[in-house]
Each structure stands twice: as structure tokens, then as C-alpha cells.
Write a protein that binds this ligand. Structure first.
Ligand code: HEM
Ligand code: HEM
Length: 463
């Protein structure tokens, strides 16, 4: 066991495998939630499966468990590779792994029995918060020491993004989760919504976005075998994210009586986010220019590029729905749920999966069991998610415009039935995609053809 946790890249592999497992668990809870929205009586009298309990399990398991965990695994591989050194301490990375996954596991274990802090994206109970924070501290120490001991002097942009994701989280998570109030994890009154959405925004914005962007910057140049189009632009994009994304969480509470100056800052800088997003997208697209066939021919790179396409859609939609006159129709309804899915699965999830498939052969020393199954996973997810986006956006517009015209909530519900049924049906494709992925991953680890030393060296050099 001790030998195993000292094995180079073993913690990175463990994080990636755990991410794939959480994807399946999260998708199962998503399916049950979707079924409940079609037929509320479906699992009647099962207290641990009521909608209010299973929904946060689904959401937290997907964000922290699937996307977060898998992207951390990818980063723990590419950080030492980019810095041309070993990860400073493999056992410390394993400690981070156990603490992180303990927090994720506390979701199903605690929420099912009603132990929750009841604030969206900040539901974990205090002890789980502590465990997550300790995990973040372990990861930060490990990364700092790896950077200090590096052989490569240049810090490639992925290193900036990966390191920053944890430094931000170390500051933002305790604040947004009001960790100095262990009993409630909340502040009294309206002020709580500001703290809550500070983290509710920074979880996607300053944890998932930098992790996913860093992974995309790692995979695309390697998969296309082309140097990054512009290192300067990549850093301009990074610092613009710092300048703009850090303080716009107010766009989640524009319809509440928060200070007007905060609303104005949130709206203006949300719109300005178009600039750093365009920089990332154009830089990666220019890198892949002329290598389209290579990207399409490599299922892992295809997933990452698919993630970039979803990023564009998400970040066209995001600034638009930050405009108060538009948000009056799109807020509090399925429109936002549609945005959340293309953002978290489309952008974060696709890049996490693509980067994982790209890295797995190197860390496991085995060829991917079936590239066809990776393509199948891409197809299933793309079909399911595109359908989700269309169905949820349409349902949101129906809800929003009806309410805007003075219609009551319950009279709109029958109109939503076909959309909710379609979403549940489409969920089967995403669930199947997660199952295909985990099957392929375990077959790779058990039966994938072992790479010869020379092949492995070549793969590592390419990385
Ligand atoms: C099997 C596939 C999936 C199904 C059936 C599904 C279903 C659902 C349902 C029913 C909700 C609650 C919506 C509501 O309260 O009206 C939800 C919320 C959510 N899901 Fe999923 N989901 C699936 C996959 C995913 C994936 C893969 C991710 C992320 C990687 C994800 C992230 C989220 C998020 C962030 C929310 C909260 C949305 C919000 O509050 O605006 N889901 N999902
Ligand atoms: C330019 C970029 C973006 C802007 C301006 C933006 C803006 C917004 C706004 C205004 C909302 C609130 C909608 C409402 O409640 O009415 C929202 C929700 C959300 N956004 Fe974004 N977004 C952007 C990109 C992203 C990205 C990249 C992610 C994921 C990595 C993401 C994840 C989410 C999630 C999960 C929600 C749902 C929150 C909830 O449960 O209410 N967004 N976004």
C-alpha cells in the first residue's frame, strides 16, 4: 500500500478514476430528480429520495465530484510534466485525494438524511467544509513545492490556471460558506445571499473555469502537435479573468434588493467577460488552425474542442442573461438550468473527459481499451446535452414570459410536462455516456494493451 501511494502519478490516476465514478453517481441522482419532475409520486414514501434531498446530491456530486475531481487529476499529471519535475509528494496528493472525496461522499451520505446547510452550492455541512479546505491546503503545498523544485523556468499558462484555482478556492470557499458560523454556515438576512452567491459564482468561475481552461491549454497544442498560438495572449486572458470574473457574483441576485452599485458592477463586468473568453477561444482555435482533421480524428481532443464550443455558447448566453431587462424573463426558471448544464457538462465536463482520455494512457501505461467507445461517449453526451439545452431553454422562456404577463406558477405547470418528460428521456443518453465512460476506463486499466517503454517515452515527450 505504502509503495502504491508513493508511485509517481498514482494520485492523479486516482482522482481521474474517482471523477468517472462520481459522474455515474451524479447522473443517477440527476435521472431520479428528472423523473420526479415528471411524476412527483414516483418514489413516494422514500424520505431519502425526495426531490429536495436528491437535487443537491446531484448538483454537488457533479460539480465537486465529477468535473472538479477529474480536472484535479488531470492537473496533478500536467503540472509536473510542464514543470519537468516530479510531483513534490505523492502521499500528500493522496491525503488531498481522501479529504476531497470524503467531502464529495458526504453529499449523498448527509443530504439524504437532511443534514445540509441548505444554501445552493454551499450545502456541505461544516465538517465536510473543513475536509475540503484541508484537501485544498494539501494540494496548494504540494504544488508550491513542485513549482519551487522545477527544472523548467517558464511557467506555461496551464500552471497559472491550476495553481490559481486552489489559491482562489482557499480564500473564497470559507467566505462564501460562512465557515466561521459552523452551526448554520450562513449570515442572517439578505446579506447572506451576497455571501452565498459570492461562492455560488466563484465555484464555476474561479474553480471550474480555471481548471478546465488550464486543461484545454494543455491538451490542444499537444493533440495538434502545434505550439500555442500566443503565450502573451494566454496570460492576458488569465489576468483579465482575474480582473473581471472575481466580483460579478451579484449577477445571480439582480432581482433582489442588493446595492445598486453592486448590480451595475456585476452587469458591466459580466458583459466585459466576452473579452477574456474570446481570447481563450481564439488562442486555442488559432493553435488548432489547419489541424482540424487531427482534432476530429482524436476522440480525446474532439471532446476538449467540443468543450470549447460549449464555452462559446455558455459565454454568449451568460452576458446576455446578466442584462436586467432580459433576466426579468429568464430568472428563477429552466432557462438558468439549461445554462448550468451547458456550462458544467458542456464546458467543464467535456474538457475534463477529453483531458482524462488524453492523459490516461500516459499515467496508466496502457492504451485506451476502445477509442470507438470514447467517440460513442462523445456522441451520447452531445445528443443528450444539445437536447437538454433546447428543451430547458424553451421551457424557461414559456415560464418566464407567462409569469411576466401575470400568470400564476401553478397554471404554467401543465405546459411544462412535455419538456420535463423530454429532459428525463434525454438524461438517459447522458447517463449511458457516463456508464460507457466508466466501462472503457476500467477495461483500459485492466485489459488495455500495455504500452512499450519507447511508446510511453514518446507519449510523455509529446505531453
Ligand atoms: C443524467 C443526466 C442529467 C439529468 C437527468 C439531470 C437532471 C437535473 C435536474 C432534474 C436538475 C434540477 C433542475 C430543477 O431544479 O429544476 C438538475 C440540476 C442541475 N444539474 Fe443536472 N442532470 C444531468 C446531468 C448533469 C451533469 C452531467 C451536470 C454537470 C456536470 C449537471 C449539473 C447540474 C447543475 C449545476 C444543476 C443546478 C442547476 C441550477 O440550479 O440552475 N447535471 N439536473
Ligand atoms: C461570460 C461568462 C458568464 C456569464 C456572464 C454568466 C452569467 C450568469 C448569470 C447572470 C447567471 C444567473 C442567471 C439567473 O439566475 O437568472 C448564471 C448562472 C449560472 N452560471 Fe453562468 N455565466 C457565465 C459563464 C459560466 C461558466 C463558464 C460556467 C461554468 C463553468 C457557468 C455556470 C453557471 C451556473 C452553474 C449557473 C446556475 C446558478 C444557479 O443555480 O442559479 N457560467 N450565469
Amino acid at each position: 500500500m505504502i509503495k502504491f501511494i508513493e508511485k509517481p502519478q498514482s494520485a492523479a490516476l486516482a482522482f481521474m478514476v474517482a471523477g468517472a465514478v462520481w459522474f455515474v453517481v451524479g447522473a443517477l441522482y440527476g435521472m431520479v430528480s428528472a423523473i420526479h419532475l415528471v411524476s412527483p409520486e414516483f418514489f413516494s414514501n422514500i424520505p431519502w429520495l425526495v426531490f429536495g434531498r436528491e437535487r443537491p446530491i446531484h448538483v454537488n456530486t457533479m460539480l465537486y465530484g465529477f468535473v472538479g475531481t477529474m480536472l484535479i487529476g488531470c492537473g496533478l499529471y500536467y503540472m509536473p510534466a510542464l514543470l519537468r519535475t516530479r510531483l513534490w509528494s505523492e502521499p500528500l496528493a493522496w491525503t488531498g485525494f481522501f479529504l476531497w472525496n470524503l467531502t464529495v461522499a458526504s453529499g449523498p451520505l448527509c443530504f439524504s438524511f437532511g443534514y445540509t446547510q441548505g444554501r445552493e452550492y454551499s450545502e456541505y455541512v461544516w465538517l465536510a467544509d473543513v475536509s475540503l479546505m484541508l484537501s485544498v491546503v494539501c494540494i496548494i503545498c504540494n504544488l508550491v513545492m513542485t513549482i519551487v523544485n522545477r527544472a523548467e523556468q517558464q511557467l506555461y499558462v496551464s500552471v497559472w490556471y491550476f495553481m490559481a484555482a486552489f489559491l482562489w478556492t482557499a480564500g473564497n470557499y470559507p467566505l462564501g460558506n460562512v465557515m466561521w458560523h459552523p452551526a448554520t454556515g450562513a449570515m442572517p438576512g439578505l446579506i447572506d445571499s451576497l455571501f452565498l452567491w459570492f461562492w455560488g459564482h466563484n465555484l464555476p468561475g474561479l474553480l471550474i473555469t480555471p481548471l478546465a481552461t488550464g486543461a484545454a491549454y494543455f491538451v490542444i497544442p499537444r493533440a495538434t502537435r502545434t505550439p500555442l498560438n500566443s503565450h502573451t495572449l494566454s496570460l492576458v486572458g488569465f489576468w483579465m479573468l482575474v480582473a473581471l470574473y472575481t466580483h460579478i457574483g451579484g449577477h445571480h441576485v439582480l432581482q433582489s434588493p442588493i446595492p445598486n452599485w453592486l448590480k451595475t458592477v456585476s452587469v458591466v463586468d459580466s458583459v466585459a467577460m466576452v473579452i477574456p473568453v474570446s481570447i481563450v477561444v481564439l488562442n486555442l482555435w488559432m493553435t488548432a488552425r489547419g489541424a482540424g482533421a487531427r482534432v476530429w480524428g482524436d476522440p480525446a481532443a474532439r471532446l476538449v474542442m467540443g468543450g470549447i464550443v460549449w464555452y462559446i455558447v455558455t459565454c454568449i448566453q451568460g452576458p446576455l442573461q446578466s442584462l436586467p431587462f432580459l433576466q426579468r424573463v429568464t430568472h428563477f426558471n429552466n432557462w438558468t438550468v439549461g445554462h448550468a448544464h451547458i456550462a458544467m457538462l458542456g464546458f467543464g465536463g467535456y474538457i475534463a473527459l477529453g483531458a482524462m482520455w488524453h492523459i490516461i494512457p500516459i499515467v496508466s501505461g496502457r492504451e485506451i481499451y476502445s477509442q470507438k467507445l470514447v467517440s460513442l461517449q462523445f456522441g451520447l453526451l452531445t445528443f443528450g446535452l444539445t437536447g437538454f439545452f433546447l428543451v430547458l431553454t424553451a421551457a424557461g422562456l414559456i415560464q418566464g414570459s407567462a409569469w411576466h404577463n401575470g400568470e400564476t406558477v401553478y397554471r404554467v405547470l401543465p405546459e411544462l410536462a412535455p419538456f420535463m418528460a423530454s429532459r428525463a428521456a434525454l438524461g438517459i443518453f447522458i447517463l449511458t455516456g457516463s456508464l460507457v465512460g466508466i466501462f472503457n476506463l476500467f477495461m483500459t486499466l485492466r485489459h488495455g494493451r500495455e504500452l512499450e517503454v519507447r511508446q510511453l517515452q514518446r507519449a510523455e515527450e509529446a505531453a
